[in-house]
Design a protein around this ligand. Sequence first.
Ligand SMILES: [Zn+2]
Length: 403
Amino acid sequence: MRVEQTRTLKAKLFNPNARKEELLNRSFRAYQQALKDGVERGIETMTDANDLVVQYDLSGYMKNALKKHIPKVVKNGGKDVGEDNALKITNEGVNFDYQQDNHHKFYINLPSTWQRGGYWCPIEIIPNQESFYHKLLYKYINLGEVQVIRKDNEFYVHIVVKYEIEVRNPSECTTQVGLDVGDNTLVAGCSYDGVEPMRGEIWSGNECKRLRKEWHTVKKRLQSRGSEKILNDIGDNIWNRIDDIIHKTTREIVEYVKQFDEPVIVMEDLKYIREKMNYGKYMNARLHSWAFRKLQKQIEYKAVGEGIPVVYVNPKNTSKECHHCGQKGIRKGNLFRCTNDGCPIAEYHADLSASISIAKRGRESPLKKTEGDDLTSHGARLTVPQDSTSEVTHTDEEVSYAS
Ligand SMILES: [Zn+2]
């Protein structure tokens, strides 16, 4: 089946000269003023936004992007109107070029109302995204919205690209790989090919847990002193570290899944996943469900990017039932004990056992569409959620997910 994927390429405008910088800054000023005015007037429709933006000295491509953006920001309660906001441009207004002999091989053409035909800027790209630019130039993939971001007197571009990839139909897959996203164990994975479970693997949740505990402690201490600013900074830092763990782990997981023959990833439907959460002493519910969701979403995104389909199953009792005989057993910490005398499973790692049950469910139960999600088991779209930050760094090859 064909699945549409969206990816954000991030690049830096390389040393724009004074003239180009001035053109950019002028566009930013006009764009932000228009956005601010639109929000202040509470404009909620594209028609009204259109009437507003035509009054500003902006490229038509920026106006077009802005008239879609203003109603969204207004409906969102007026958030997102800062000095360093992104400058959005519709795809028709942006072009790319490739100069093989130059140090910076890729160039972007940005529109400007003050310069006919816009102006070209070399861009510093993220090396492992190079193939996307070649595909863009040859129109193998489609360009979506482009944003220019101004940060610390540097300019960056976020380039959305859309393309279809071939993902194996889940019903044609021979190996189900069950992934149990959890607490003690961040993720437990095991494959099932209809005969026996194989190559189980565990990704520890210790580091995430330690960070949550740290957050809990810090929060308690600082809240009592009323140091909200420090608290927020520390919170950001902790969340970023958890973010890094999630990125690293999900990359490893997709590599792990790729070793199997015609794999399909099976995970538990998020709709029910709250039931199995163990709200322990250091639990921060928001942080926790955020991490759960993010883990699953990133596994899904990365897997589909590799042509591996993902399906979801009902998680009811996956951690209570024996993966072999299906009887309810006893779970103590990380250990599952099967109470069925006739079953060869005496004791088993509880999360691994759950991942096998999940894999089996993915094989035996009809595949179902997951809640509020764009990926269905029968050919559908998968889009990347919006960036949670507009920060660009050159090592940042991943798209951040907001939730
Ligand atoms: Zn059993």
